[in-house]
Design a protein around this ligand. Structure first.
Ligand SMILES: [Zn+2]
Length: 79
């Protein structure tokens, strides 16, 4: 269905993650599929989003992996 070659790479790395039994455990397979697209982006890539708490510019990575918050707010929320 999906002929994007990038998706193939993601598929492989996804398997690696599962084998390591890492942090992906809490995510459903569907979430992982959707999020893998941004997982490999750098923290400062695609700064097209705003922190939901302080409205600071955040990357697509932060949006998906830091609960839509900038690093600061994310750390305050979870640590
Ligand atoms: Zn923030």
């Amino acid at each position: 269905m999906n002929e994007n070659p990038v998706e193939k790479d993601i598929e492989n790395e996804e398997n690696d993650l599962w084998e390591e039994g890492g942090f992906t455990e809490t995510l459903g397979p569907k979430d992982i599929k959707e999020r893998m697209g941004t997982f490999h982006k750098k923290h400062n890539e695609d700064m097209n989003f705003n922190c939901k708490k302080c409205s600071k510019k955040i990357s697509a990575h932060n949006k998906d992996w830091h609960n839509g918050m900038c690093d600061n707010c994310f750390n305050q929320e979870y640590y």
